[in-house]
Design a binder for this molecule. Structure first.
Ligand code: 13P
Ligand code: ZN
Length: 274
């Protein structure tokens, strides 16, 4: 089967384009990866032309033998829909989880995103934590979240609570909260370790002055998660632009009532008195 005719590739391309249309992917900003299912690998394997093995730059033994659909480094999200073979690739992980090789795509050369170490370490954490259910990792340069990292303390509790308060759906969509990584040099192992540590607890990790990572089961849930958090950040930016304080808001007890009716557990650490 032609790679571009498969549902998972169509879903990947649509998500990349949706992110572009949201304005989260200036130039080559952001990256997306998807851990393929066995049957999906089998359905397109006839198209594979393996290139040289390359070091990942970190170790992900739990991902040995897995295949990932991933955006290329330096590639523009706005181009994914018009020239997917040039913008994205399928990469295979070796039997130790230390090397990868491109088996399809990036027809004009290149390599997977510079954030591949972060993507893979997040995938590894989520594969273990969800028994293989989570398959998508998404990094976007979400404008309003980035703006907030200049004015709010870089603290999980503060970001979670402020985002929850801005939209009633937020605690239902991300009941575990959101983690914050202080500013770090992107593209390497250190930021990958810090992010994947937060992914043990959360599905969302903010990179201060840079953007956000989201993890999820499928393209809809992962895009929806990014979208919901960023929209909440937009409301907070608007609110703070009108006045520095709130006249009224959703209270800790309101959140507790919501948790009961919506059958979610909201950790008390985020329901502190201000
Ligand atoms: P890549 O082009 O290597 O994916 O990098 C974009 C980015 O957002 C880095 O954080
Ligand atoms: Zn980035």
């Amino acid at each position: 089967m032609n790679v571009l005719d498969t549902e998972f590739v169509k879903g990947f391309i649509r998500m990349a384009n949706d992110g572009w249309e949201q304005g989260w992917h200036e130039r080559n900003g952001g990256n997306l990866s998807y851990r393929m299912k066995e049957e999906e690998v089998a359905s397109v394997k006839e198209n594979f032309e393996p290139k040289e093995w390359q070091p990942i730059g970190t170790k992900v033994p739990e991902l040995a033998g897995e295949y990932f659909l991933v955006t290329g480094s330096g590639k523009y999200f706005r181009n994914v829909i018009i020239k997917p073979e040039d913008s994205i690739c399928i990469a295979e992980i070796d039997d130790k989880g230390e090397q990868y090789r491109i088996v399809w795509g990036l027809v004009n050369g290149g390599r997977p995103t510079s954030e591949f170490p972060s993507h893979l370490m997040n995938h590894e954490v989520k594969k273990i934590a969800t028994n293989g259910k989570y398959r998508v990792i998404y990094h976007a340069h979400t404008t309003n979240i980035i703006a907030l990292t200049f004015v709010l303390p870089l603290d999980d509790k503060v970001f979670t609570r402020e985002l929850w308060e801005m939209a009633t759906e937020c605690p239902v969509v991300f009941p575990d909260g959101v983690g914050v990584v202080p500013w770090m040099v992107p593209g390497g192992r250190d930021i990958a370790v810090a992010t994947s540590e937060l992914m043990k607890k959360y599905d969302l990790a903010i990179w201060a002055h840079h953007g956000m990572f989201a993890a999820g089961e499928d393209f809809d849930l992962t895009f929806g998660l990014m979208h919901t958090a960023e929209k909440s950040a937009e409301i907070l930016v608007k609110m703070l632009s009108m006045r520095p304080d709130k006249l009224q808001t959703i209270t800790p007890d309101n959140f507790r009532d919501l948790a009961k009716d919506f059958h979610v557990t909201l950790p008390e650490e985020f329901l502190y008195e201000k």
